[in-house]
Design a protein around this ligand. Structure first.
Ligand SMILES: C[S@@+](CC[C@H](N)C(=O)[O-])C[C@H]1O[C@@H](n2cnc3c(N)ncnc32)[C@H](O)[C@@H]1O
Length: 277
């Protein structure tokens, strides 16, 4: 499949060439296999096929997902979370803190948070309950997340002390299994960010390195609306360190020195988009 054909597919699906450019080799390979399985010899035939069959479209969209991640990706974020954001939230929400990892891939971000949480040592009080909902549209990555086994390369930013405490080496150190106790309080769920929202009001939503990178603007807006609807007042939205929000998003303000953390205004209503959005 050449780039011209690939770009046709991206446009058809509302996906962004800028986002996919660097990762296109592997994605093209997966889609080419799917084209072969459907007996499609060219892109026009394939687009026709995915338009007429929901099953073929679902499979194509699953094959287009990119699950690259690693533990403690963007170290500055995790430092700020443990030094400032989590202690503040613990004070404000002493009973329960609700977190959503939207587009969680194989769970690296989710378990990173659990490790941080576990490592917090409250000096005088008990910690609130930490309740994490982790969603992804790709059931294969969710299954991997549930299993919690990772290649050593995913752990390259995990400090040695935490690696020893929270992971068990398997297969001679080729893979690492997450400590079983970290799986408590996690709800893994298949969910497409374009299809609807969740019921809760979360104190933190991670929405990193997925729709803001890989989607066209129109789809970003749809998904963002769904996501921001369930960010509680005063809650944090964390996006990828190379991502930006569409300019018309209102009722969020920058938080701290990192350009990819936002906080919802305390008095924010239900709409987080300005009239033009
Ligand atoms: C590159 S990974 C990012 C993982 C993690 N958030 C991080 O930053 O390390 C992107 C994930 O987003 C998921 N994703 C992409 N579009 C989605 C959508 N519309 N709804 C739900 N998940 C989506 C993909 O399946 C993939 O697992």
């Amino acid at each position: 499949m050449d780039d011209h054909q690939f770009r046709r597919l991206l446009d058809h699906l509302g996906l962004s060439w800028t986002g996919y450019r660097k990762v296109r080799k592997g994605v093209k390979k997966r889609v080419s296999r799917h084209m072969l399985a459907l007996n499609c010899s060219n892109m026009a035939g394939y687009l026709h096929e995915i338009d007429k069959s929901k099953e073929a479209l679902d499979e194509c969209e699953r094959l287009m997902t990119v699950s690259i991640s690693r533990f403690f990706r963007d170290k500055k974020l995790w430092d700020l979370l443990s030094d400032e954001m989590l202690p503040g939230l613990i004070e404000q929400h002493p009973e329960k803190i609700l977190v959503w990892s939207a587009g969680c891939a194989c769970g690296e971000e989710v378990y990173s948070l659990k490790i941080l949480w576990d490592a917090l040592e409250p000096s005088d009080a008990r910690l609130p309950e930490l309740d994490i909902t982790a969603t992804d549209m790709n059931p294969t990555t969710l299954e991997r997340a549930r299993n919690g086994i990772y290649p050593a390369s995913s752990l390259k930013e995990v400090p040695e002390e935490l690696r020893a405490r929270y992971f068990h080496p398997e297969d001679g150190g080729k893979d690492f299994r997450i400590k079983e106790s970290l799986k408590k309080g996690l709800h893994w769920r298949a969910h497409n960010l374009l299809a609807g929202t969740l019921e809760s009001q979360f104190q933190i939503i991670f929405m990193r390195n997925n729709l803001l990178t890989y989607y066209h603007d129109e789809k970003k807006r749809v998904a963002l609306k769904n996501v921001l609807r369930c960010l509680g007042a005063g809650g944090f939205l964390i996006i990828g360190s190379h991502e930006t929000l569409p300019s018309e998003v209102s009722e969020l303000h920058d938080y701290g020195s990192l350009s990819y953390i936002f906080q919802k205004q305390e008095s924010a209503g239900s709409s987080t988009f300005s009239a033009s959005g």
